[in-house]
Design a protein. Structure first.
Length: 658
């Protein structure tokens, strides 16, 4: 903001600019920058400024208005008195304006009279050469004509400006229509792409495959001289958030080449042929800028299997767009050195012709990061944040099993937000742990007030999960117990695996079912009744048992090692499709019987665990009811009598109390 003096200087500079046509930078404050105007804006400003001058001249600066004000207070007298005064030489000036006569006396007084329309100066006798009185006849016909024609003139000018503006709008619309089939890809030149492979963590195998692509772009003759062909397409397949787009930008950054980025949905329009036109335009631009990379995100939007659901025939817009993509990728001239990188999380719906060698020669699968990869990803996202020295990212990596790189980035951002709200100078371990719980489970709902009885039921329910899960040997280790509401849950019990697991045994399934049923068993054991709080636990337990019987061959001997049910539709990464029935009624009865029997057995097993440790259950409930949150060390101290190992005294975080 400029002060009062700077504003006055700026106004003075603007006045000088209008008067002299020159900008005086020494008058303008240093913080002010004159606005940049387009040619059309300058023409409009000149037109408005000229109209303002004309209006000011007509209505404000017109000399006749000043003259009318001068003679407004004139004294009315007969015309004969003015004639006599003229003959006696009493007047300095006589002004004849239309039929009005104004006579100015030598003392300054003004007399007014009227004459006949046909009377002339000669007829009135006011043409004596010896008389010193000035006789002036004012012809206002020209000015009156101008004033009369001024509204029509202004209206005509407005019509002209409107017509010009209309034609310019039509020209712009025609230009837009002509560019409707142009590619809408966003182009980043080699200097704009700053991402490198060092900015991508946790996808080492994928980076190794893409390093060769970078080498193809940098040194194409190295491969063509020996007879090798440069791959035309690379398909990145992975769940959402695993870093497919980031890897594509890293390839462009490492190769130091232009990067064309577009989403698959941007090819599709309601008009048939537009998508194909955009594909042709995109590949034409890419060939002009080769070597370069074309990145198509979510290619499944246009690359779906032809002839299936969603395609209406040969003239369908998406099918024509896909045909054009297939033609362009197969029609690359040798030596163009253009590589197409596409990303999708629906590889199962892509057209077979799109996946054949010669189009997408390489398919790179990007899995969710493992323990080591998660730690590296956390380190990357901690670079631009003030992290305390006492933070152990390896512990955070152990608590984030199954999360993607985008989830980990969100966790680090949430931890920084927590630190800022708590007025910490650096991000502490507690801030990151709270961020993990917020992202994975949900924010705490401290405003949700439970009655004393509901709170007590929640305490025993969560402790039932904790005790049963802790006693099941194949269950994941207990991490934390809380009766603070999060999301839709009234309480939460965390079981976190210590390492990544890619297979699951039958015993682990049974222990997981037993742990899920521990909450309902604790409610029935303590209160003699059951509530709706275990509804989600029962759903999850039933789903696991049905999977054992129908998908994994882990049922009883009557079911055998057979997979029952068939998938309906395609499977989305991380989401199971619906299952159709392909078995008889007798097999369905056996499956239902196995599900009921298994759940009943595990429920009785959980009940036996709780009966055996009823005293520990009551003792733990008093502590949890008071503290609302219990760590695994506090649980083991009461349940097994283990005292937690003494931890090294850590220095307080900067901004926290010691």
């Amino acid at each position: 903001m400029c002060g009062e003096k700077e504003n006055l200087d700026l106004l003075y500079a603007c006045v000088l600019f209008v008067v002299h046509g020159t900008w005086y930078p020494e008058v303008v404050p240093a913080a002010y920058k004159p606005p940049q105007r387009s040619k059309q804006q300058w023409l409009l400003s000149v037109f408005l400024f000229g109209a303002l001058i004309v209006m000011s001249f007509v209505f404000l600066l017109n000399p006749q208005r000043a003259s009318e004000q001068k003679y407004a207070n004139a004294k009315s007298v007969p015309l004969s008195q003015i004639t006599q005064g003229y003959a006696a030489g009493k007047f300095q000036k006589i002004l004849i304006r239309d039929n009005n006569v104004f006579a100015t006396q030598k003392n300054g007084d003004i007399l007014q009279s009227y004459k006949e329309a046909n009377d002339t100066v000669s007829q009135l006798g006011w043409n004596d050469a010896k008389n010193t009185t000035v006789v002036e006849v004012e012809n206002r016909e020209t000015m009156d004509l101008f004033l009369a024609a001024l509204p029509d003139l202004l209206f005509f000018l407005i019509i002209i400006v409107g017509v010009i503006w209309l034609f310019r709008g039509v020209a712009r619309s025609q230009s837009t229509a002509l560019s409707f089939g142009k590619s809408r890809a966003r182009v980043a030149d080699a200097r704009q792409v700053k991402t490198r492979f060092g900015d991508v963590a946790g996808a080492e195998e994928a980076k190794e495959d893409l390093v060769e692509v970078v080498d193809f772009l940098k040194n194409p003759k190295k491969y063509t001289n020996i007879g090798a062909k440069i791959p035309r397409g690379v398909l990145l397949v992975g769940a959402p958030g695993t870093g497919k787009t980031l890897l594509a930008r890293a390839v462009a950054g490492e190769a130091n080449v232009p990067f064309f980025s577009i989403a698959g949905s941007e090819f599709v329009e309601m008009f048939v042929g537009v998508g194909a036109s955009r594909v042709r335009d995109l590949f034409t631009k890419a060939k002009r800028n080769s070597p370069c990379i074309i990145f198509i995100d979510e290619i499944d939007a246009v690359g779906r299997q032809r002839g299936g659901a969603g395609f209406g025939g040969g003239h369908d817009e998406r099918e024509q767009t896909l045909n054009q993509i297939l033609t362009e990728m197969d029609g690359f001239e040798q030596g163009t050195n253009v590589i197409v990188i596409a990303a999708t999380n629906r590889p199962d719906v892509l057209d077979i012709a799109l996946l054949r060698p010669g189009r997408f020669d390489r398919r790179i699968f990007i899995d969710k990061p493992d323990l080591v990869a998660r730690e590296k990803i956390l380190e990357v996202h901690a670079r631009n944040k003030k992290i305390a020295k006492t933070v152990h990212l390896d512990d955070i990596a152990k608590q984030t099993v199954g999360l993607t790189g985008a989830d980990l980035e969100n966790i680090m951002n949430e931890s920084a937000i927590f630190a800022a709200k708590r007025r910490h100078a650096t991000v502490s371990q507690k801030d990151i742990i709270d961020a993990v719980e917020k992202v994975t489970i949900g924010s705490e709902k401290k405003s949700r007030k439970l009655s004393a009885h509901e709170k007590e039921i929640t305490v025993f329910h969560e402790l039932g999960h904790a005790i049963v899960g802790h006693l099941c040997p194949a269950s994941d280790p207990l991490h934390k117990i809380s009766i603070v509401s999060r999301g839709s849950a009234l309480g939460v019990t965390w079981f976190l695996p210590q390492e990544d697991q890619y297979t699951t045994s039958r015993s682990k399934f049974l222990d997981e079912i037993c742990g899920l049923l521990g909450g309902r068993a604790a409610e029935e054991l303590v209160f003699g009744e059951i509530t709706t709080g275990a509804s989600n636990d029962i759903e999850r337990a039933s789903s696991i048992v049905r999977g054992m019987a129908m998908r994994y061959g882990m049922g009883d001997d009557d079911l055998g090692i057979v997979a029952y049910g068939e998938k309906q539709g395609t499977s989305f990464l991380g989401v199971d499709p619906s299952m159709g029935r392909n078995y008889s009624e007798e097999v369905a009865k056996q499956i239902d019987s196995f599900v009921r029997t298994t759940i009943a057995q595990q429920y009785e097993r959980a009940m036996n665990f709780l009966r055996t440790h009823r005293k520990k259950l009551d003792e733990l409930s008093k502590i949890l009811l008071q503290k609302e949150t219990m760590t695994v060390d506090e649980f083991l101290e009461v349940f097994e009598g283990k005292k937690p190992e003494p931890k090294k005294k850590e220095e307080p975080e900067e901004g926290e109390e010691a």
